[in-house]
Design a binder for this molecule. Structure first.
Ligand SMILES: [Zn+2]
Ligand SMILES: [Zn+2]
Ligand SMILES: [Zn+2]
Length: 144
């Protein structure tokens, strides 16, 4: 579940023609510091100096640019995780397995587990696939 992160956040923003603002850099460093996806409420609680609307805008801009992707957890809450380098503006390739831990509620991006090609019946035009697994993460299964 190790992302190949580009830790040059300023360069990342530049590449996507986004202004280098403090809040944007903060969001990037927060999301890439964790190996689990982070929910918006979690981000809010850490970045109390940024209002909710600003944070929402930052997240949607990042998602649009292919910097982060959204994953839903078991409660239907949106979580955000860094994208792999294969993602770009208006196209995401985050078709990897997402593991929802039923104990700690963490959402893990298992980048190394890519979805097999799925052929849908005639007439269906998919825009994306999401595969979720639920259960205990390594940390929780050890203590269980
Ligand atoms: Zn992506
Ligand atoms: Zn867990
Ligand atoms: Zn992911």
């Amino acid at each position: 579940m190790v992302h190949t992160h580009n830790n040059n956040f300023e360069g990342l923003l530049e590449k996507h023609h986004l202004k280098k603002t403090g809040p944007r850099l903060k969001v990037l460093s927060m999301l890439s510091a964790k190996n689990v996806a982070t929910s918006q409420p979690d981000l809010e609680s850490v970045m109390s100096d940024i209002d909710r609307v600003t944070l929402y805008r930052i997240l949607s801009a990042f998602e649009e640019k292919g910097i982060i992707h959204k994953v839903f957890d078991l409660n239907g809450t949106a979580n955000y995780a860094m994208c792999s380098s294969g993602c770009g503006e208006d196209h995401h390739h985050d078709e990897h397995l997402h593991f929802n831990c039923t104990n700690c509620k963490n959402v893990y991006c298992l980048d190394e587990l890519n979805l097999p090609p799925i052929k849908l019946p005639k007439g269906f035009k998919p825009e994306g696939f999401t595969l979720y697994a639920t259960g205990l993460c390594p940390k929780c299964s050890k203590t269980a």
